[in-house]
Design a protein around this ligand. Structure first.
Ligand code: SF4
Length: 204
């Protein structure tokens, strides 16, 4: 049944919308959206376009939805955070061999980017985040995130990673009670991965 053409959403407060979204998330309704995503993946042949098998492509779309919903829910709290960190994946360095001048500081743990290449995504992302007051870490895996977040008492964090790492990150944020925002890598792999700098800048 189509609903009436005239309605006024402003009569519902932002707080109620947020509660609605949180309840939907708690009830795992985004998983139902995932079954819709299955049809979309098939219809648009997304699996073939992005180079994944059908099952993995569907999982990826479900992860995208889950992270986006979590981002939305956490956004207000995240914006109020005073001390924020950006966690970047080391695989997005333009070079992962001896040509990358970054030292790995195991005690932190992070790669310390020396800004040796203007076209390096890590260099560009770090510069944007630092200009906005973020502490930036370039980490070899999600397991480093917990130590960084616990040692530094951040109250807001952005993670750039693949879907699987971001989903693990959601669990960590929940455990530590820190509002987070996830930004998907646009190209994944063990090296030469990519991120969309515009998406990151919007999230910062
Ligand atoms: S800009 Fe930083 S991350 Fe990129 S290659 Fe140079 S030192 Fe490594």
């Amino acid at each position: 049944m189509p609903y009436s053409f005239i309605y006024d959403l402003t009569r519902i407060s932002q707080g109620v919308w947020k509660q609605l979204l949180e309840s939907a998330y708690g009830a795992r309704l985004h998983k139902l959206l995932g079954s819709h995503a299955k049809r979309l993946v098939k219809a648009f042949k997304i699996d073939k376009a992005i180079g994944l098998n059908l099952v993995d492509a569907i999982t990826l779309v479900e992860d995208l939805i889950e992270v986006q919903v979590a981002n939305k829910i956490q956004r207000d709290k995240f914006e109020k955070a005073q001390r924020k960190a950006l966690l970047l994946p080391h695989c997005a360095r333009s070079r992962m061999d001896k040509h990358c001048m970054a030292d790995f500081k195991a005690d932190i743990p992070t790669y310390d980017c020396k800004g040796c290449r203007d076209d390096c995504l890590i260099n560009k992302a770090s510069a944007s985040a630092k200009a906005k007051g973020y502490d930036v870490y370039v980490i070899p895996g999600g397991s480093c995130a917990e130590k960084i977040l616990k040692d530094n008492k951040y109250d807001g964090v952005i993670g750039v990673a693949c879907g699987m790492e971001l989903k693990m990150g959601l669990g960590l944020m929940k455990k530590l009670g820190i509002p987070g925002q996830g930004v998907f890598l646009t190209k994944n792999g063990c090296s030469s991965t990519s991120l969309n700098l515009q998406s990151l800048t919007r999230t910062l």
